[in-house]
Write a protein that binds this ligand. Structure first.
Ligand code: IPE
Ligand code: IPE
Ligand code: MG
Length: 248
């Protein structure tokens, strides 16, 4: 592997394969999720030391509520347990924690711990760690449209959200950047590298808008086994891609 790897600024991960990891060992799915939480806990300081500036992880999708009550409850319990530990490791590593997704569907104590994580780490200047929970790319766009419509009705959309003469479409239309300012995290750069574990070749409703030009790397590794070495392999693959953004 190249020892002079260029480290992407913004990395996103679909942490998939916890259930299969547990099944292979004859364990309940929740044990896979617990190991998955340990894997992210181990990876956080490594990613920060490597110099990644933004790390976004898919923890729970808007579709994951379809799972059994037992599994969903297990995931909520893990969230409660790991929120406190995450606050400690974020403090140690100067990491800022943020959340994307619709938090209104969670129990009030979980919402409170998300708010606390964001509030108590907001001045940290190291890596930004973004947790996608009750997140769906389509839902994010839906909520953005609703916010935009409200602002439009109230005459609150900033003038620079509309196209000037050089936008490539008629002047006065809403620009892509203007629309994106209504998404969950407009100040976070789009992912350069999008990793999916467990071999699945789909987006599963993750970052539908933001991943338009992300380099996608899929690894067969199940999420609980994902570590620094595996992350470096994914970054190495990213280093061999030629990004053209529609140009030549
Ligand atoms: C990813 O692992 C974690 C969540 C979706 C919460 P899965 O639970 O989807 O694991 P598999 O895909 O069944 O192996
Ligand atoms: C995507 O994985 C969601 C998370 C990793 C949180 P899923 O396991 O839910 O996706 P599908 O069902 O395989 O598409
Ligand atoms: Mg899965």
């Amino acid at each position: 592997m190249d020892t002079n790897l260029h480290i992407p600024e913004s990395v996103a991960i679909i942490m998939d394969g916890n259930g299969r990891w547990a099944k292979k060992r004859g364990l309940p799915r929740t044990m896979g999720h617990k190991e998955g939480c340990s894997a992210i806990e181990r990876l956080l300081p490594e990613a920060s030391d490597l110099g990644i500036r933004y790390l976004t992880v898919y923890a729970f999708s808007t579709e994951n509520w379809k799972r059994s009550a037992e599994e969903v409850d297990g995931l909520m319990q893990l969230f409660r347990f790991y929120a406190g530990r995450l606050l400690r490791s974020a403090r140690e590593k100067n990491v800022r924690v943020r959340m994307i997704g619709d938090r209104r569907r969670f129990q009030p104590d979980i919402v409170a711990s998300i708010n606390r994580l964001e509030e108590e780490t907001k001045d940290n200047t190291g890596m930004t760690f973004i947790v996608a929970a009750n997140y769906g790319g389509r839902d994010e766009i839906r909520r953005a449209v609703m916010r935009y419509a409200e602002d439009y009705k109230a005459g609150r959309v900033p003038a620079d959200a509309f196209a000037g003469p050089d936008a490539g479409y008629p002047a006065g239309e809403l620009t892509e950047r203007g629309f994106a300012s209504y998404l969950d995290m407009p100040d976070v750069p789009d992912p350069d590298l999008l990793i999916r574990t467990s071999g699945e070749l789909r987006l599963s409703n993750f970052l539908v808008w933001e991943a338009a030009y992300s380099e996608i790397v899929v690894t067969d590794t199940l999420w609980p086994d994902f570590d620094r070495e595996e992350l470096l392999r994914c970054i190495d693959e990213f280093n061999h891609r030629s990004r053209r953004f529609g140009g030549v």
